[in-house]
Design a protein. Structure first.
Length: 375
């Protein structure tokens, strides 16, 4: 029927308390999620956390044990996979080896009963979209990995689904090709204005491509947020550790005054942090500090404290220096025994301080550079 005002506010896809068990093992565990039309959404999580199982339920290849999946406000449980306006591109591409590029792309259109002339037009359009002109007659074994990936993409887009599900779409490609294909996928998604849901265990890939990321752990969503929020304001210790590099100190809150918390850390030290927006339980907590927030100075040299926030200073010895081009990562063994990583941008300035292994340093960070997390 015609879309009404309520439908316009509805997310395109709504996952409502969905569970899926294999035997007694909960692969997906009471998971809820809304996805808006036109989003590039990434499901990110370690191997075995249930990403593919969730995707397969959206596609209709698995049936939830509990919960509902709504598309445009309608429960899609009764809709067969090939009748859903949802298409899936598989990790191994699942191309038909004996069919040409053209026939692989045309396969779903034929099955849907599209007229031959219309199929020809649509295939030509798809071939142009993924830049495979001139390769229509080749079989998959006569294509490179990147070209096979494009055929799979063209085939999954041919029926113009509302939602495209991509299961580790770039896993088979080498690093350079993966990076250029990421850009192509983003451009394609924007151009088509389609909703993409991509499964990946590669956080850089998720951060690069997605508008929002759902971080999955053991069948549940730990956090759903735009890449920046995920990195700057992780919702849990687990997310802080999974997304990007992080220094973590576990400890107990010992005092709370003047918008500051003091945390006695397990290594015997104390860290002062700004009071977080969400209240934090008394104990135990973790303090997360990203390596690029940790600055280094020589002992005795005043830290460059241009802001009025309290500064945490921790002394130690450099044990490792990794030059990474844009930045240098220093590993510092603190006097407390803890290891702290500091990532220093390599600016063009020649007077940028560098430090050598065995050198004593002060590692410092302000109270508002820390995130306090409940454990
Ligand atoms: P990966 O990144 O390794 O593909 P994933 O996050 O996609 O992992 P799933 O494939 O969804 O994980 O699997 C989730 C859990 O469910 C795993 O422990 C897996 O072994 C189990 N599982 C998946 N499919 C089945 C099945 N058909 N029968 C039994 N167990 C299954």
């Amino acid at each position: 029927g015609p879309p009404d005002a309520a439908a316009a506010d509805m997310p395109l896809l709504r996952v409502e308390g969905v569970s899926k068990k294999f035997g007694s093992f909960p692969a997906v565990d009471h998971l809820s999620l809304d996805i808006r039309a036109g989003e590039f959404f990434a499901l990110l999580g370690p191997s075995g956390c249930g990403k593919t199982t969730l995707l397969r339920m959206l596609a209709g290849f698995e049936t939830p044990d509990e919960g509902r999946i709504l598309l445009g406000g309608r429960d899609i449980a009764p809709v067969l996979p090939h009748e859903r306006p949802v298409n899936m591109m598989f990790q191994n591409y699942a191309l038909f080896p004996h069919l040409s590029v053209r026939d692989n792309i045309a396969f779903g259109l034929k099955r849907a009963g599209m007229a031959r002339a219309a199929i020809d037009t649509r295939v030509a359009e798809m071939v142009a979209l993924v830049k495979l002109e001139g390769m229509e007659k080749r079989r998959p074994d006569q294509l490179s990995g990147g070209q096979r990936q494009r055929v799979a993409l063209a085939r999954s887009l041919a029926r113009r689904p509302k939602v495209l599900l991509l299961d580790e779409p770039l896993a088979a490609l080498d690093k350079k090709l993966r990076e250029s294909t990421q850009q192509e996928l983003m451009e394609l998604q924007r151009r088509l204005g389609m909703t993409f849901i991509v499964v990946t265990h590669d956080q850089e890939e998720a951060m690069t491509m997605a508008n929002r990321i759902g971080v999955m752990n053991a069948g549940r969503l730990e956090q759903v947020a735009p890449p920046r929020d995920l990195y700057e304001a992780p919702a849990s210790r687990w997310v802080a550790q999974f997304v990007g590099d992080v220094n973590l100190f576990d400890g107990e809150v010992t005092s709370h005054e003047h918008h500051r918390l003091t945390i006695a850390t397990r290594d015997g030290g104390a860290i002062v942090v700004a009071v977080p927006r969400q209240p934090v339980a008394k104990s135990p907590v973790s303090v997360a500090i990203r390596p690029e927030k940790v600055k280094l100075s020589r002992p005795g040299v005043a830290s460059d404290a241009s802001n009025s926030q309290p500064i945490n200073r921790l002394e130690g010895v450099v044990t490792d220096v990794s030059y990474l081009g844009g930045s240098t990562v220093y590993k510092v063994k603190l006097d407390s025994g803890a290891i702290l990583r500091s990532s220093v941008a390599n600016t063009a300035r020649l007077d940028t301080d560098t430090y050598d292994v065995s050198q004593r340093v002060v590692a410092w960070f302000t109270s508002d550079d820390c995130v306090v997390l409940e454990q």
